[in-house]
Ligand binder design. Structure first.
Ligand SMILES: Cc1cc2nc3c(=O)[nH]c(=O)nc-3n(C[C@H](O)[C@H](O)[C@H](O)COP(=O)(O)O)c2cc1C
Length: 167
């Protein structure tokens, strides 16, 4: 027997799920029509499969940036480093000129990689799945490279840093 779905208040959902710390990743690509960079911050980026190498993230169906990135298929995921708070703020805004004050380089596939990041993963979208008010994007990894420093972290609506403890 299927139990009725309980009502979960959106604010409560966000509050409790905000206790799950995440990295801060900029997903960015180039518009095929203008060549302009487009991107957004996601906290849902994760590795999905080793063989074949796949990653995934979820993006709101209301995102204005993902429809600009999608047509090119290729995008780059930049894992932000400690201290890149201003990049996080700019790339999670709704501004049209998100990249105006952000340094970036072009990946081999032509996608924007944020300079000074903690790691970069160059990807090609292979599938999109519906997930409520989000889409789950599945992408193949084409190449990836680690940078230096520590990661930027997001927890309970705030940015912070990584602190190492004994395992
Ligand atoms: C730390 C952090 C994590 C976020 N994670 C996600 C995410 O996983 N998926 C998503 O769609 N938006 C996420 N957002 C919100 C988008 O970055 C923000 O709404 C962005 O500006 C999207 O706008 P646009 O696509 O209309 O440009 C996150 C924002 C922050 C600051």
């Amino acid at each position: 027997m299927t139990m009725p779905s309980p009502t979960i208040e959106p604010r409560h959902f966000r509050d409790v799920m905000g206790h799950l710390p995440t990295g801060v990743v900029v997903v960015a690509g180039r518009r095929v029509d203008t060549g302009d960079p487009a991107g957004l911050v996601v906290g849902t980026f994760q590795s999905l499969s080793l063989d074949p190498p796949l990653v995934s993230f979820s993006v709101a169906t209301t995102s204005s940036s993902w429809p600009k990135i999608r047509p090119a298929e290729y995008f780059s995921a930049s894992v932000l480093a400690d201290g890149q708070n201003d990049v996080c703020r700019a790339m999670s805004s709704k501004r049209d000129d998100k990249f105006a004050a952000v340094d970036w380089n072009e990946s081999t596939d032509g996608a924007p990689q944020i300079s000074g990041s903690h790691a970069w993963i160059d990807c090609r979208t292979v599938r999109e799945l519906e997930g409520g008010d989000h889409l789950v994007v599945i992408a193949e990894v084409r190449r990836l490279e680690a940078g230096g420093g520590d990661p930027l972290l997001f927890h309970r609506g705030r940015l912070g840093g990584y602190r190492e403890l004994q395992f």
